[in-house]
Design a protein around this ligand. Structure first.
Ligand SMILES: [Zn+2]
Length: 445
């Protein structure tokens, strides 16, 4: 995701004026790789506004003194930047910081932005999820629809997405919030610049101009629409779900009909690759991508469902929401049903096979499993961890830690909403001064 593709609305007013020319310390950069170097005073100020905002997002409320220490900016500069962010309604003053303070306690500042909303819309082979977050990352609207996407034309499927997004826009407008954009999240390869889903083998899509289609449906007044890959947005959601931890490095692998992966390195999102199509299926079965023996044919959702239940079983019924079908299978596993447990054991074996390769290539400290892998985390994490521990060549070296996402099946949509909001964290000066008049403090808590 390049900076020039970020969509935000607003007047951009007030960026000039109060001078703040100090530069934040290295390493205070944002999620997105390739953030441009500041070229002049105004852009330096925008950069530093973003640095303050991201520091508050990633490490929680803190005093101006602490912000200055953490970012390397002079305290006077921090005070000016914070005042600007408060005027924009992106930051607010909180409690007094009494912890360990000598002398007068400092007023904490914290992320606000409860009047700003970013929407993520995920389209999967069997569902659509639309989710809206405020700037603090609080879910303000969420709707999930079971849908047999491959059975529809891309236009018909995107019409369903547009309807759910329109409902979401109405709901957040009703709350007095201002929506800055929508990010459509999909499996496969996307070209963000042209808003195209280039290949999504599990829907049978090729070169679908998804952004143009959605914009046409949503109408002229709709906020900007972007498109991103689901593994990338999922990785971002995982990263932001663990603020203030050492989670600046992680690999995220998500299991659905397809298997996707992306990583965060040094706090930056690295584009995903086609890890679902590594040749790892021991049975060398055909894959919708045209190859045979792809990893996702072995560990993808369809393989698991086929192994766990007969075709007539309700867990194969696409008209039932995936969360409910997976819940059924989880109940069976918990009850000790042998076929479900055997299917999970096979998935764990094949999952460990591919994750072992990722560990050898990327050496991440942390792997987070998402999608259906996370639903069955208590059956998959331990055996996979065991395999990865056993195959360490040098005993005693730092092990990779495997965990299951706790964000649920909506995590890619959540990441899409985070990606939408990322524009503000890169350049808060795009946000106009003062919240929308309709913003109602009481309703946002
Ligand atoms: Zn394949």
């Amino acid at each position: 995701m390049r900076q020039d593709q970020r969509g935000t609305t607003g007047t951009g007013g007030g960026a000039a004026g109060r001078g703040s020319t100090a530069t934040a310390s290295p390493g205070a950069g944002g999620i997105m790789a390739g953030y441009p170097e500041p070229a002049d005073k105004a852009s330096l100020r925008r950069t530093n506004l973003g640095v303050i905002l991201r520091q508050l997002r990633e490490n929680g409320g803190q005093s101006r003194t602490h912000l200055a220490t953490a970012t390397g900016l002079p305290k006077a500069t921090v005070s000016v930047l914070v005042a600007d962010l408060i005027e924009r309604g992106l930051v607010r003053e909180g409690e007094l910081d009494r912890a360990g303070a000598v002398g007068r306690p400092h007023r904490m500042v914290e992320l606000d932005g409860r009047w700003i909303c970013g929407i993520g819309a995920e389209i999967g082979p069997d569902h659509i999820t639309v989710l809206a977050l405020d700037l603090r990352g609080t879910v303000v609207h969420e709707h999930r629809l079971a849908l047999d996407v491959p059975a529809l034309t891309p236009q018909a499927a995107l019409r369903e997405v547009a309807d759910l997004v329109a409902d979401c826009l109405s709901a957040v407008t009703e709350l007095g919030m201002h929506t800055i954009g929508v990010t459509l999240v999909t499996q496969g390869s996307v070209d963000a610049a042209s808003g195209t889903v280039t290949v999504a083998t599990n829907f049978g899509w090729r070169d679908v101009r998804a952004v143009r289609e959605l914009r046409a449906r949503l109408g002229r007044d709709a906020p900007p629409v972007l498109v991103e890959n689901d593994a990338e947005s999922g990785a971002l959601a995982e990263y932001l779900a663990a603020p203030g931890t050492d989670a600046r490095e992680l690999v995220y692998v998500t299991g659905g009909i397809g298997v996707g992966g992306a990583s965060i390195s040094g706090g930056k999102l690295i584009r995903g690759s086609e890890i679902g199509h590594m040749k790892l299926d021991r049975l060398d079965r055909p894959c919708p991508c045209g190859r045979t023996g792809c990893w996702e044919v072995a560990v993808g959702l369809q393989a698991f469902l086929d192994a766990a239940a007969d075709p007539s079983d309700r867990v194969h019924d696409l008209s039932i929401d995936l969360a409910e079908r997976l819940g059924d299978l989880l109940d069976r596993a918990d009850a000790g049903e042998p076929r479900t447990l055997a299917a999970l054991a096979t998935v764990a074996d094949d999952l460990a096979l591919g994750l072992g390769i990722l560990v050898d290539v990327l050496n991440p400290p942390r792997i987070v499993l998402g999608g259906y892998f996370a639903v069955f985390g208590r059956y998959l994490v331990d055996p996979v961890q065991q395999v990865l521990d056993d195959r360490r060549i040098v005993p005693g070296t730092e092990p990779v830690v495997v965990s299951a996402s706790t964000l649920g099946l909506s995590n890619a949509a959540r990441g899409g909403a985070h990606l939408t909001l990322e524009g503000i964290f890169q350049d808060p000066s795009d946000v106009p001064f003062r919240p929308e008049p309709a913003y109602d403090e009481a309703r946002h808590g």
